[in-house]
Design a protein around this ligand. Structure first.
Ligand SMILES: [Zn+2]
Length: 689
């Protein structure tokens, strides 16, 4: 009985995309209910088989189960992130604990686990291929880590903890969005606009128009608004106002206050870890990573913290000198840093954002990313303007391989909207696999990249900063990881790798944007079509290491606060404000440097669990990406076909079918080295440079 619910009808759409136009918020709960019932029935059927447990009837069948549910989750959580509404948010709050309960009922299903454990115990004797052995081991480990081997009482409590965590992490993200939507800094007249270059004014005008404001411009808390505003606005009072609004998201008394939410999440995670016999959540989380232990993470962070702090202090002195020479007498505060850094950058490298951005039109940078994917991996992206997505801004592309066969579908959703959460991210509607029911063939991936770029004014192109373009390439690297996936089993597919490995395909892809030949070809002036001048490229390259003390310190401080928050071994509910303060005092974060993310809006940690005790992963992956890209440098060609082929086979296509350390060694021929990352950040040079 579908009752006309389009989610439960076969999706008769191009490529099997969701029937976006027909879906309403009220369709989700009944559809999810049916999908969870179907999934549980599939699991019961596996568990009830009387046969001796085998790979095909147990492990492969489990990998095939729950496809309707996965399809609904792909649709629902993508919409909830990038085109939400009060109705969808209500559904999200209702579904989060029910989906967590469903997940627990699968992971704690005794009959299913007994069969999986039996296959696991026999795996060496079953004549399995390497990917099949890996699948058995990963599923077994995932079940153990989700509580399958706990005693009955502990299992019950574990399921309660997971349900409550699902509620709280949903609430956390919605609270941040509420604070972001509630804030707008209205700019009236030239006095408020002082110092803002044309592209910031255009974005502010567009935001004002979108919100029906009569002001000359509106600055929102979207990163692509706030960062340029802090960089250029001559109005120190407005910079302070914007900065304070930005860093206090989630920290206002009232119904959107995230402080008690985060505190309860931390306490529950601590309990989750103790149920598993780990001393802290950080120990539990890190046990299934490349790093393995808190000690390994702290050693890496310590390696950068010292030199980065020294460098940041030298940078601050240069900013202070610039401030004094401009006739002001105050100390540099956090809302001054970007503004004076931009002045120093302009002086030192004769480089200002406003002269760089005309060469980085969004459309051209998208072409650049596609072109690199073609030169490295033979992919072609063919726009399908007739295919509708969930918002008119979203572009749909067919992705075709070197042999012209369809590889997958790519959705590109680049603009900020009030209905979209902040940041940039990749996600999937459908994941690649070859493990379909008999006669159904393989499953092609449907991947989406989201950005929050500030749209250019009416009739004007959207111009990116070099950082924005880097973000575009970063997410596109994740997108390629989903699209190039070439494995048999869905649970090993694409980005479902260990989390300190998952940023390798994204971060390594950033390197191609920096290649002079890529810039010459694609970074063309949006009016004249002239390629970016070589000497401007040279100055961009030289400026790459500028302000890296600041960037590294801000990042590492957030990573250290994350580790501290998740390393508690007690049962007390922590006060996150004093926890944060204590860590920052201990490590000596300079007052003029804010964190990347404060705990009350640190969505990586609290709006989901993906990066809890895991914010370090970007730096971990940077060790891999800096060393990995050096393979192309050593080959003397950023598109060297043999290195590109190894990169595709060992990294982008392999998913989780290979243990990540082995995947890296197969690509690079040896263990990763830390020095290329330190060199990339300029942290091997003396601080005065
Ligand atoms: Zn990423």
């Amino acid at each position: 009985m579908n009752d006309g619910n389009p989610l439960l009808e076969p999706w008769q759409t191009p490529y099997g995309l969701p029937p976006f136009g027909a879906v309403r918020a009220q369709h989700f709960v009944p559809a999810f209910e049916q999908a969870m019932r179907e999934h549980l029935a599939e699991i019961d059927a596996i568990a009830d088989l009387g046969s001796t447990p085998g790979f095909e009837d147990t492990v492969a069948a489990f990998d095939r189960s729950g496809r309707l549910l996965a399809r609904l989750e792909g649709l629902f959580f993508n919409l909830a992130s990038s085109e939400t509404s009060p109705e969808l948010q209500a559904v999200e709050r209702e579904l989060a604990p029910r989906l967590a309960a469903h997940e627990s009922s699968i992971c704690l299903h005794a009959g299913l686990f007994a069969r999986i454990a039996a296959v696991h115990a026999q795996r060496a004797a079953l004549g399995l291929r390497a990917e099949q052995v890996r699948l058995v081991e990963r599923i077994h480990l995932d079940f153990v880590r989700a509580g399958a081997m706990l005693a009955p009482d502990a299992k019950r409590r574990y399921a309660q903890v997971m349900e409550r965590l699902a509620e709280l992490t949903t609430r956390f993200g919605q609270n941040v969005l509420a604070d972001e939507s509630a804030f707008r800094l209205e700019l009236h007249g030239e006095a408020d606009l002082a110092g803002l270059p044309a592209f910031v004014r255009a974005a502010a005008r567009a935001a004002a128009a979108e919100r029906g404001s009569q002001a000359d411009g509106v600055i929102t808390l979207s990163r692509s608004h706030i960062v340029p505003f802090l960089t250029f606005s001559e109005r120190r009072d407005l910079r302070e106002k914007a900065w304070r609004a930005w860093v206090t998201r989630g920290e206002h008394e009232g119904e959107n206050d995230n402080r008690p939410v985060a505190a309860e999440i931390l306490a529950l995670r601590s309990e989750q870890a103790r149920l598993h016999g780990h001393a802290s959540f950080a120990d539990y989380a890190l046990a299934d990573t490349m790093a393995g232990t808190q000690d390994a993470v702290e050693r890496l962070l310590a390696r950068v913290w010292g030199p980065a702090r020294v460098r940041a202090e030298a940078e601050q002195e240069a900013l202070q000198a610039m401030l004094l020479s401009s006739g002001e007498g105050h100390a540099i505060e956090a809302w001054d840093w970007r503004y004076f850094a931009e002045k120093v950058r302009r002086t030192r490298y004769d480089l200002d954002e406003a002269s760089v951005k005309p060469y980085f039109a969004l459309d051209r940078m998208v072409e650049a990313a596609f072109d690199c994917a073609q030169r490295l991996f033979g992919l072609r992206f063919v726009e399908q303007p007739a295919v509708e997505a969930y918002h008119p801004d979203v572009k749909v592309y067919e992705v075709r391989g070197a042999d012209d066969a369809l590889v997958g579908v790519f959705l590109h959703d680049n603009f900020a909207r009030p209905t979209k959460r902040s940041g940039a991210w990749m996600s999937s509607y459908r994941r690649q696999s070859r493990n379909a029911a008999p006669g159904q063939g393989g499953v092609l991936p449907i991947v989406v990249n989201n950005g929050n770029f500030a749209r250019g004014g009416a009739g004007e192109p959207t111009l990116l900063s070099f950082d924005d373009a880097t973000t575009l390439f970063h997410e596109f690297g994740h997108g390629l990881h989903g699209l190039l996936s070439n494995v048999d089993y869905e649970r090993l597919s694409g980005t479902s790798v260990l989390r300190d490995f998952v940023e390798l395909p994204s971060q390594i892809f950033e390197h191609w944007l920096e290649q002079p030949e890529v810039l010459r070809r694609h970074a063309r002036h949006h009016v004249t079509g002239e390629p970016i001048p070589d000497e401007l490229v040279a100055r961009l390259q030289a400026a790459r290491k500028f302000n890296q003390g600041y960037e590294t310190v801000r990042y590492a401080a957030s990573a250290l606060v994350d580790m501290a928050a998740h390393s508690s071994t007690g049962t007390d509910v922590p006060d996150i404000t004093s926890l944060e303060r204590e860590v920052l005092d201990r490590i000596g974060l300079p007052a003029a440097i804010g964190m990347n993310h404060r705990l009350a809006h640190f969505q990586h940690l609290f709006a989901g669990s993906g990066y809890a005790a895991g914010y370090y992963v970007y730096l971990w992956a940077e060790v891999l990406d800096a060393d990995g890209f050096d393979a192309f440098v050593e080959a003397g060609d950023p598109f060297d076909p043999q290195v590109a082929e190894r990169l595709r086979r060992c990294i982008y296509s392999a998913g989780n079918s290979i243990e990540p350390g082995a995947a890296f060694r197969a690509f690079r021929g040896r263990e990763p080295m830390v020095e290329p990352m330190l060199r990339q950040r300029g942290l091997l040079e003396p601080a005065g440079a």
